[in-house]
Design a protein around this ligand. Structure first.
Ligand SMILES: *Cc1c(COP(=O)(O)O)cnc(C)c1O
Length: 376
């Protein structure tokens, strides 16, 4: 029996041409021809501000923490139901993470409960567009503006999703994306930092280039190239940018297929899993999601285990993921060291941790064969 894996990264011919192109141009380090045309593509297609490709979304988040001068005593509001990197980048700069719960109808951050978490030390809110379903950015930006707080859109999963007419990543002061092979568009490992607030652009360019003013030097704006700020080596090779540019050219094709699969699950899954008790995803009315993920929320943890085992016997690999960050060994150890009592239980987040299951969703997924497996 041929099995259905959970994921298979899509690679077309244009990706290979992009890598080859970067080699032929003779510039294979960062910030070459393909990096620039990727940046142009992002700005034109999604209305982003200044763009800087990075080696990962984690790196782009670390750049945000540096840009915001996050230091010990600062607080950053992050959903607990997310990948480690969302919190880790800020913790590395000494921030205290204030974990927010998910919505009851969606794993994304509960926008209505953000304001109660704000204190005079709050520096940033980092909403995660979970499953490529946008958070209510209108609400979040209004809260941030009222309190003078920066918003970093954590859009690792959010490329090509929209909040009404605005692309995810075009609304926050800063935004980050991932091009890891598990995402809709990828280059193996890669990321993007978007600077919609122009005040951050000069420093971000410097941090991107190891704390030097190399970019200004090459533009002829300064006559020496020297060490001027903090930074690191955040640029990906232009070969990876060439690969990514291949994916960008195939964006419509990739997205059309993913949406087709997502809709197929949404329509058929009740019938295929009629012996199980679960809820399907809810999409808010303002949201155009990007079919990053198809998940079910089972009625209990035991029900989820039964469902995963049922699918495994049919040759279908379903998985679950995030363990609530507020409940993680690392976070609890930090609290214990500081003698702080553990906070609230974040009920919705724990429910997704225990009950959410993800079904296979990738470009080459064979729906006719999957049909047979479900019915067989
Ligand atoms: C994938 C993912 C990341 C990490 O992305 P990298 O590019 O691997 O650093 C961060 N946050 C979320 C929500 C993700 O899904």
């Amino acid at each position: 029996m041929r099995k259905i894996p959970f994921n298979k990264p899509y690679v077309g011919q244009k990706e290979i041409e992009g890598i080859h192109g970067a080699i032929l141009k003779g510039h294979v380090s960062g910030n070459g021809y393909y990096t620039k045309i990727c940046h142009d593509f992002f700005r034109e297609k999604w209305g982003f501000g200044k763009c800087l490709l990075t080696t990962s979304c984690t790196d782009a988040l670390e750049m945000c923490a540096l840009l915001l001068n996050i230091k010990s005593g600062d607080e950053v509001i992050v959903p607990s139901y997310t990948f480690v990197s969302t919190a880790l980048a800020f913790v590395r700069q000494g921030a205290k993470i204030v974990f927010a719960d998910s919505r009851s109808d969606h794993p994304g951050i509960d926008e209505d409960r953000i304001e109660s978490l704000i204190t005079p030390n709050t520096k940033a809110i980092v909403p995660v567009h979970y499953a490529g379903v946008p958070c209510d950015m209108a609400k979040i930006m209004a809260i941030a503006e009222k309190h003078g707080i920066v918003v970093v859109e954590e859009a690792a999963q959010g490329i090509n999703a929209y909040h009404n007419e605005s692309a995810v990543g075009s609304m926050g002061h800063l935004a980050v994306f991932s091009f890891h092979e598990t995402k809709n568009l990828h280059c193996g490992e890669g990321g993007l930092l978007v600077l919609n607030d122009a005040n951050y652009v000069d420093r971000a360019e410097i941090m991107w280039e190891k704390g030097t003013n190399r970019a200004k030097f090459f533009r002829g704006e300064v006559d020496k190239y020297t060490w001027v700020d903090l930074g690191s080596s955040f640029l990906p090779s232009d070969m990876l940018a060439g690969f990514l540019y291949g994916q960008l050219q195939e964006l419509e094709l990739i997205q059309r297929r993913r949406l087709e699969i997502w809709n197929w699950y949404f329509e058929k899954i009740d019938k295929y899993l009629e012996d199980f008790s679960f809820q399907k995803p809810t999409i808010p009315s303002y949201a155009k999601h990007n079919a990053h993920m198809f998940y079910l929320v089972c009625s209990s943890g035991a029900e989820r285990s039964k469902l995963i085992e049922h699918l495994r016997r049919k040759g279908i690999h379903a998985v679950f993921h995030y363990m609530a960050l507020h409940d993680s060994p690392f976070h609890k150890q930090g609290l214990a060291e500081e003698g702080i009592a553990e906070g609230s239980s974040l009920r919705n987040c724990l429910r997704y941790q225990d009950c959410l299951v993800r079904l296979p969703l990738y470009f080459e997924l064979d729906l006719e064969y999957l049909d047979q497996l479900f019915l067989g």
